[in-house]
Design a protein. Sequence first.
Length: 427
Amino acid sequence: MTKIKRVELLSSKRDILYLLALFSLLFTLSLSYEYYSYKKLTEFDSALVQAKVLKQYLKTKVTKDGKIKSYQVLKLKTDGGLSFYTIASKKTPNYKDKNILLEIQTAKINFLSYLKSFFAFSKIIQTQTKESLKQSLSHYLSTLHQNKNISAIYEALFLAKPLPYHLQQLFSKLGISHLLAISGFHLGVLSTILFFILKYPYKLLQNRYFPYRSSQRDIFFLVALLLFAYTLFLEYPPSLLRAFIMLLVTFFLYEKGIKIISMQTLFITALLIIALFPRLLFSTGLFLSLSGVFYIFLFLIYFKSKSRLWQFVVLPFWVYLMMLPYSLVLFGNFSLYHPLSIIWTSLFSLFYPLTIALHCIGFGDILDRALEMLLDLQPHALNIKLHSNYLFIEIVLSIMAIFKKEALLLLLLYTLSVFVYSIYHVT
């Protein structure tokens, strides 16, 4: 039987122009709404804002007259996705993960900082008294684990809660920070689990009541609805939002007989996300997430003739090398344990679904000892902060590699040289 050949979505310059015009219109409408919200917020010198405290930590500085001043920094996020910082007295109680009502000073907030993340002086008016569902789940996780650090890991993994600073630093040195940022891999695992849970009950109903319907399409819509609810529950982190939109785009293209493993798919997804959510244009998380998918697609396009086993083994090494310059430019942490993230990333594909199952049946602490061994590692790390020009060079080579195989080889040599440079400086 002849296999149907899938086609490219954008086959002419006219298609590209139509698509750009459509997304330009969406972006204009979204940005106009953001500007309306900004003007409404800054209409007066102060405004009342309901927000959730994402982070809260003590900071100390030396004033001009030599005195030491301590205060607390709060990072907050509103239900509408507005992110901002404020400060409070060092005696302020711990409001982390709670919703609070603040009066913020808006006179110095400009539109660009409104879109990115701004600072505003504030006064706390009221705090949340009723426990939210997310807090209840967080408390449930903490009851399953005696070690607070392990509880924090699972809260980040399942509830997208920010890790404590010391854990962020440790995982950055180990090169596995990406494993705790809920993204496409996590969404893929969840969608697979949901598909198998829904498949057989749906088949029974379909055979009896509606045999004419497409089970694949209906189950996808049910899975997508559940994943959408989960995305909203987690307050749509950029990496998860990108993965969810790509899931929808991919299924739509698959249904229409259009290529899925294509740079066009990634391009359309990126445009759609930015057109609908202009604030994410400034999101480092979205940038890294899209970059990771770009290199996966680049690999699969060039090495599609290789066996699945070969791809499975080589792909983690490829992604690690391609993303290393991003990591060094943006974060700068590197240790001898860093390359082992290739192995830990592969093991994580088994660890993540297993921990979901174990937590669902109340045995989530079985793997705690293994995590404690990971936390006990003391990586000797150096701050290898590369200049942004190094990342610019990689991005240029990456774009050229879409069209020329020679550029792909140059890209591989370039990232290998960055890896050798990093190893040399650590040893």
